[in-house]
Design a protein around this ligand. Structure first.
Ligand code: URA
Length: 213
């Protein structure tokens, strides 16, 4: 849709010619890849005007696509519980996704998540870049490989570099950890509890870094 070209809005954001609300409104009409044809709506990030912490997920899921808000489904509930254990109020955090439309395939009446392609991640990246540039958080935490690769490059591996403080062209301080849905897929309760503890520890590390300034 004219007026919703992500590169134009990133440029405007970088030159102080657009604020987050203007970028959010523009992203609602984004057709930079084909995902808009299947998704109900663009799911833009949300949070306070001056967040110190910005969390990036992969893409909206079924519930997020319906509601238009990030991380409100099962993965969101797990994220909320982990944030609470790490003593990070969700209301203090900007929560967003690397890809802003839901990619899915039909299985009967259900809509099953499909991983976005590198091209889809690339097409959406200017929206994420604009959010980060305008909000200027002190720390970005990538939840899972799609978010981490969007900011840190396609060779980034969460398993190898999880919890390391890194620097990306878009964000001077970045940490990567797993995506909360990977915990939902754990093979048994014991593994899930152990992986949840590790995820909480990564979030607590983020909180400690922010505390240190
Ligand atoms: N998974 C994500 O990566 N983001 C959401 O908003 C919901 C589920």
């Amino acid at each position: 849709m004219p007026g919703s070209d992500p590169a134009h809005w990133l440029d405007a954001a970088l030159h102080g010619e657009a604020d987050v609300e203007a970028v959010r409104r523009a992203a609602l009409g984004c057709q930079a890849c084909d995902l808009w044809k299947r998704g109900t709506q663009t799911v833009f990030g949300e949070g306070p005007a001056r967040p110190r912490l910005l969390l990036v997920g992969e893409q909206p899921g079924d519930k997020e696509d319906e509601s238009g808000r990030p991380f409100v489904g099962p993965a969101g509930r797990l994220l909320d519980a982990a944030l609470e254990r790490a003593r990070i109020p969700r209301g203090d955090v900007w929560v967003t996704n690397a890809v802003k439309h839901f990619k899915w395939k039909a299985r009967g009446k259900r809509r099953l998540h499909e991983k976005p392609s590198p091209n889809e991640v690339r097409a959406c990246q200017p929206w994420l870049a604009a959010e980060i540039a305008l909000l200027a958080p002190d720390l970005v935490v990538c939840l899972g490989a799609t978010a981490a690769q969007s900011l840190l490059g396609p060779r980034f591996r969460v398993t190898a570099q999880r919890g390391r403080l890194l620097s990306a062209p878009l964000a001077p301080r970045v940490l990567a950890t797993v995506h909360p849905s990977s915990l939902l897929r754990a093979p048994d309760a014991e593994t899930r509890a152990r992986e949840l503890d590790r995820f909480v520890a990564d979030l607590a590390q983020a909180a400690a870094l922010l505390e240190r300034g």
